[in-house]
Design a protein around this ligand. Structure first.
Ligand SMILES: *Cc1c(COP(=O)(O)O)cnc(C)c1O
Length: 432
């Protein structure tokens, strides 16, 4: 396999290292855990990224989730251009916020009231503040390997970015704050029951990824989400389902629709902004109306509901809603073909791999044993994954640069991309 020329990217990386810590503005963009050099992106179209040297790659991370319709989706580009001509921001209310909210609520019956923010981090942070205010309790319960953004209390055992770098939590988070977060293994209801028994009337909420993406893809066991719903209801705690990654991806109504479960609060991000900075949180009216200016819980944002983000979100979610009947089954079928096809190539080459897939999210774990929680995922051979990642990149397939991430497929991927990916994988496994 010939090495790609990445001279321009190398020069840009050298410059970046003198400007940004580690040369990046978000740690997961670095290639530290897989080795090799991160290409710098010049542009993207459909399923393809083009780097600064003109190399082309099939994109399997889709900006970490948002680009479900492929890059530079014409309706989204047009909507953003039009909105920009009317000014990028007002700091006053616009009709577009209501339009997108109505669309979101049509997809999510659990959301009776909502608020837009500018990132997933803000959405989860605000939802937790709300849960604490609603219950008058301090503790929050999360699961090992689940990532909910980088706010202080949520970095305990927080999966991908943190796990990839081998940092247990984060420096700079005071112990007093970290102690308010209980982190338990995913997919085990008994440990949750025990935690509530040990901390009666102290746990404000459970927050979780309904399908984990940030420890690699891990599906909830049968009845797990329903069990958490029951336990929170019995104990007067709120259930916060973090759909920043899964919302509008697994189904129009995300994991709540796919698994038929209800939540007190839901957090959204990524797809909801169609690639622009946007997040949202929402849920039961009784909780949401605790927010200022109606109630005592303060939460705000200069760029919240930004008109460009609303335009991109409306174009993206609107298209998904109109075409849901064809889009979701097709995403599932194409994802199945590539995910299972590559797993079959691994088997043929004698490389042990466990494939976890839910719809258009999946991970090839480089381990022979099942992966049902973070500890299982951590058994993966990350060095082998790194070699696989480098070989795939050189063959024009850009996977997320960590074993503990999910691949994301979009509507622009089709049989040509599947075939090219399988051929690349065949070559990559032969070199492992
Ligand atoms: C990406 C992600 C977040 C954080 O969103 P940002 O927009 O990066 O702040 C929160 N929760 C989940 C499940 C995510 O995947």
């Amino acid at each position: 396999m010939s090495e790609m020329n990445r001279e321009q990217s190398r020069a840009l990386q050298t410059r970046a290292e003198g400007l940004f810590p580690g040369g990046v503005n978000s740690p997961v963009r670095g290639f530290r855990s897989v080795g090799g050099e991160p290409p710098f992106v010049a542009r993207a179209e459909g399923a393809y990224l083009f780097d600064a040297d003109g190399n082309r790659y099939i994109d399997y991370f889709g900006s970490w989730g948002p680009m479900i319709l492929g890059h530079a989706f014409p309706a989204a580009v047009e909507a953003i251009e039009l909105a920009a001509r009317h000014s990028a921001s007002f700091g006053a209310s616009t009709a577009a916020e209501g339009d997108l909210a109505e669309l979101v609520m049509a997809c999510y019956p659990a959301i009776e009231r909502m608020r837009f923010v500018s990132s997933g981090t803000e959405a989860t942070m605000s939802a937790i503040r709300l849960a604490r205010a609603a219950t008058g309790r301090k503790l929050i319960l999360k699961f090992e390997g689940c990532y909910h953004g980088h706010s202080d209390g949520l970095l305990v055992k927080a999966g991908s970015g943190v796990a990839t770098l081998g940092i247990p939590g984060s420096a700079g988070v005071p112990e007093e704050i970290a102690q308010l977060t209980l982190a338990l293994p995913y997919n085990d209801l008994a440990v949750v029951e025990t935690a509530f028994a040990e901390h009666p009337d102290e746990i404000a909420c459970i927050i979780l990824e309904p399908v984990v993406g940030n420890a690699g893809c891990i599906a909830p066991a049968d009845g797990y989400l329903q069990g958490l719903r029951r336990i929170t209801a019995e104990n007067g705690a709120l259930l916060i389902v973090d759909e920043v990654m899964t919302g509008f991806r697994l189904a129009l109504g995300g994991a709540l629709e796919l698994y038929g479960v209800d939540a007190d609060l839901v957090t959204l991000g990524k797809i909801i902004g169609g690639g622009l900075p946007c997040g949202a949180f929402g849920g039961k009216r009784q909780f949401m109306e605790l927010l200022a200016p109606l109630g005592p819980v303060y939460q705000a944002g200069t760029l919240s509901g930004n008109p460009l983000a609303m335009a991109a979100g409306l174009a993206t979610v609107g298209y998904l809603q109109t075409n849901a009947i064809s889009i979701y089954p097709r995403l599932d079928a194409v994802s199945k073909a590539v995910a299972e096809g590559v797993a079959a190539e691994a088997a043929r080459a004698g490389v042990p791999i466990t494939l976890n897939r839910v719809g258009s999210m999946w991970t090839w774990f480089f381990t022979g044993s099942p992966v049902e929680n973070y500890d299982d995922a951590a058994k993966s051979d990350t060095a082998a994954f790194g070699r696989f990642h480098r070989a795939m990149l050189d063959a024009g397939v850009w996977l997320p640069p960590s074993q503990f991430e999910a691949m994301f497929l979009g509507t622009a991927h089709g049989s040509a991309e599947v075939e090219a990916t399988l051929a690349a994988a065949r070559g990559a496994f032969a070199t492992l």
